[in-house]
Design a protein around this ligand. Sequence first.
Ligand SMILES: Cc1cc2nc3c(=O)[nH]c(=O)nc-3n(C[C@H](O)[C@H](O)[C@H](O)COP(=O)(O)OP(=O)(O)OC[C@H]3O[C@@H](n4cnc5c(N)ncnc54)[C@H](O)[C@@H]3O)c2cc1C
Length: 344
Amino acid sequence: MQIHKTDVVIIGAGPVGLFAVFECGMLKLQCHVVDTLDAVGGQCVALYPEKPIYDIPAYPQIMAAELIEKLQAQAAPFSPTYHLNQRVDRLQPLADAAGWQVVTSNGTQIEARAVIIAAGAGAFGPNRPPLDGIEGYEVASGGNPAPVQYFVKQREAFRGKRLVIAGGGDSAVDWALSLAPIAAQVSLVHRRPKFRAAPESVRQLEELCASGKIDLVVPYQLAGLEGDGQRLSAVVVEDLDGGRRSLPADHLLPFFGLSMELGPIADWGLGLTRHHVAVEAVTGRTNLPAVFAVGDIAHYEGKLKLILTGFAEAAAAAHAIHPLVYPDTPLHFEYSTSRGVPVS
Ligand SMILES: Cc1cc2nc3c(=O)[nH]c(=O)nc-3n(C[C@H](O)[C@H](O)[C@H](O)COP(=O)(O)OP(=O)(O)OC[C@H]3O[C@@H](n4cnc5c(N)ncnc54)[C@H](O)[C@@H]3O)c2cc1C
């Protein structure tokens, strides 16, 4: 597998990670950026894309998703390489203190002189239902797709399959609607009779239930999995009185939203204070050489967890990294108005 080499690897493509690309770019530091999500934007895109933000300087009001679009456009002239849909699992030092290698959950390897951790509250991941043995069913085996999946990557993979979809929000309802025409059978499990989805989607759902294309299993919740530990044969559900039903199934698709967890970052030997990385104020220097932390994940006395704070931290970290990449080139402080930006 190819080993990517770059000046700086940025862990997290939230607003602060994106602005770190710009600040590094202004100092001629090339960046690779990794995120667990399949899109850039961190909390702004995953949690509140359509909420207005009021405390971004010079924007009296800006939608979170629009802020991310602008940050990505601002970073674009510096041609960052994004590695999305993968989590940084390992951080290991290169020989002779030459920098760091990060290894992601997809096996991507990136070597860099410095690392900026802009990981917010940690990696986003699906909320998994607490079912015995579920891990065994989350893995694809024998050329077959994994029986339990939290994101639909390929709709066609479910053609002719018996599906149990769980959840009460837009994702569960939208996927039930989308997969019903191609699946052999769709059961939609929710612990309440009402769904928190767009009214038009709920109307379509009622129509498909009435015509027998979707089996509505309410109010029930997931209680267990039946199968050989790798291949699923049924999903067990339970009502509020403990009454159980077994729904024959090839796949379970739970849509219970996203959670954030620090995950592997906790094992990298960084000084942690209550799930945050302790850093030198402003520069973001951690206890590991050439490893910096900025944005929500970074903690020092007086820290304000705001996007604008993270922006300033990103600028300071980039300046602190410059001498590591260009030890023989003194850095003369310059305004962007003097330096200019490349034309993208
Ligand atoms: C509802 C809501 C409203 C808010 N309103 C405001 C506001 O008005 N003003 C304001 O300033 N702030 C606001 N915030 C807070 C703001 O969103 C955060 O301060 C900001 O998102 C922090 O940016 P970040 O880049 O540090 O981290 P995040 O946005 O959390 O992004 C971190 C990224 O790192 C990724 N990541 C973590 N670990 C790994 C790993 N190991 N491998 C790969 N990727 C990883 C995550 O998947 C995530 O995408 C709000 C937050 C919420 C939830």
